[in-house]
Design a binder for this molecule. Structure first.
Ligand code: DQA
Length: 144
């Protein structure tokens, strides 16, 4: 099973930006811990990060072409306004789960709305990097 883990805008700065909200671990550390947890789960992971909306759309379209089975996506702030990502996720027809490191529902009002949520199978937030692992487990479980 092929799963893509997609990190959106500003997530390359994790570990540096607002550590009280996002923690001290870098995105590299987080990806390594996701990979380590997924090693025993019988899936292959492809990691992608971009601060550019269109590059994420291009990557999601590649996921369609290379027959990726599931997408785990943290769009960062694109979550709250990117209809382009909404449409891309809807277009590819691959089960997607939205993940956020922080609990977007107990922060500023504008973070409570996700425009990608309606096209995702589910949303996991507030559990830090472990949320990505849970999302991968759910994609595998639901495929079986
Ligand atoms: C985030 C939450 C978003 O509101 C924010 O813009 C981010 C990170 C999270 O992982 O908690 O960049 O997606």
């Amino acid at each position: 099973m092929k799963i893509a883990v997609v990190h959106g805008v500003n997530l390359n700065f994790t570990g540096t930006r607002e550590p009280s909200v996002y923690g001290l671990r870098t995105l590299e550390d987080i990806n390594a811990s996701i990979q380590a947890a997924a090693d025993g789960l019988g899936c292959s992971l492809a990691f992608f990060q971009s601060n550019i909306e269109g590059e994420i759309v291009n990557f999601l379209q590649q996921c369609y072409h290379n027959k990726t089975d599931g997408v785990v996506i943290n769009p960062g702030a694109f979550t709250h306004y990117s209809y382009a990502l909404h449409d891309a996720i809807a277009s590819i027809g691959i089960p997607a789960i939205e993940v956020h490191l922080s609990n977007i529902h107990r922060r500023e009002e504008f973070r409570r709305n996700s425009v990608v949520a309606p096209v995702c199978a589910g949303q996991i937030c507030g559990l830090g990097a472990y949320g990505y692992v849970l999302a991968i487990m759910a994609l595998i479980h639901n495929k079986e």
